[in-house]
Unconditional design. Structure first.
Length: 213
């Protein structure tokens, strides 16, 4: 019988080969891919998210856990597609124009993927138009903007304005975060959600998609 607890523990320790072996074992036993994803992989990544938030683990541990999750998930992807299992929602994620920092953004992506969200990562130094064009193209209703510098976070206001100018404001929710960003700043530019860290961003995004389902 598949041992989801063992799989979750291996993922938390970043033991990618062990995770892959346990996922394959569960597949061979005929357990459906969605159950393996949720109970074996996402549950482990969820625990990592909580520990990261509580400063019990740090960036390197999150990165190796995410790598283990991605390797396990790669085995499940074709089976999930076959079964018609869709992601919980779709988010456009990037670091704003003028800012080349990507560690925070990458952590957000990993945490969101760990919650079953499809993340379209548009990279760093992202102009407002690019977020908007990608949201249209992908039919995504969540745009997530990251910034590490006070000089670049002002671009977030341009993303909000751009979404308004395109007549998309009722359809698109804008989440912002990063070291210099605050709830006050979020309120002042008319963005919708402020998140203080990657784990919270994933939780809030997950709740958002649950409510809009």
């Amino acid at each position: 019988m598949a041992d989801f607890e063992k799989c979750s523990q291996a993922l938390q320790k970043g033991q990618a080969k062990e995770v892959v072996a346990l996922v394959q074992e569960a597949i061979d036993e005929g357990i459906d891919a969605k159950t393996i994803l949720e109970e074996g992989l996402m549950s482990g990544m969820s625990i990592i998210g909580v520990k990261f938030k509580n400063n019990e683990v740090f960036v390197p541990e999150v990165l190796i856990a995410a790598r283990a999750m991605n390797m396990g998930a790669a085995l499940l992807k074709p089976l999930l597609m076959e079964a018609g299992v869709k992601a919980k929602g779709k988010a456009i994620l990037g670091t704003v124009k003028g800012d080349l920092h990507d560690i925070g953004k990458n952590l957000v992506r990993m945490m969101m993927e760990g919650k079953g969200i499809e993340v379209i990562d548009v990279g760093t130094d992202v102009a407002p138009e690019k977020y908007i064009a990608k949201a249209k193209e992908e039919n995504a209703n969540l745009i997530c903007c990251s910034a590490l510098l006070t000089t670049t976070m002002t671009q977030m206001e341009n993303v909000v304005k751009g979404v308004i100018d395109e007549g998309m404001r009722d359809d698109v929710t804008i989440m912002i975060g990063g070291a210099p960003v605050t709830q006050n700043y979020c309120d002042s530019i008319g963005a919708d959600i402020y998140s203080s860290d990657a784990a919270t961003a994933a939780e809030v995004a997950s709740d958002f998609f649950d409510k809009s389902a």
